[in-house]
Design a protein around this ligand. Sequence first.
Ligand SMILES: [Zn+2]
Length: 237
Amino acid sequence: MRDGALDLLWGGACVGCGRPGRLVCPACLAALPVGAAPAWPTPTPDGLAEPWAAAAYDGTVRAMVLGLKERGLLRLGGPLSRLLAAAVCADLPPGGPVVLVPVPSRPATVRARGHDPTRAITAGAARLLAARGFDVEVRRPLRQRRRVLDQAGLDAAGRASNLAGSMRASERAVRRSGLRRRHASVVVCDDVLTTGSTAREAQRALEEAGLVVVRVATVAATRRHGGVLTTPVLRSS
Ligand SMILES: [Zn+2]
């Protein structure tokens, strides 16, 4: 019922302004940010690699993230990949190959949705960056080691303890990738940065496997005031 109502509202209309036609109309597309900026969460998880985000998690960007993630509007993957690519490459120090590692989604969530948005936009960002001449690839060595609870409704401390030790990097995947030998710069990729605890856990697992994580890149970051999230917390991916 709810989905049907949303389809009536959103079907064939811009997710940003509701104008009939494309999923993102030319005006909303032109208004999307083109750069990226550091987006430190408050509080910041200890040792978190510098997090970069292309946008605040509100308005059109939030509607795009939710449209892809919750409604399977796959065509939103294109503009979202562009935003993620900006967060990956903005002010990135020159160095060896850049390797994008998407935060792993919960297998049950991927099955329920029938697609993996984070994986898709990470691959899209890599294609865009490769076209711009970056030495870039996507690797997916991270696995969920144990079940984690849905993150919705958990505060920063709750999220951190829910996730601590929940991921591991597959030694086989890391060895076959040659990433350690090639001194690759690893960028952890996700759609939205909220407390930073998911990215921090991914970083921890990659570093445990001997990899060098140089930054966290996300499409968007939530604005936080006094530790209270001012936008609804997404379900974990
Ligand atoms: Zn629009």
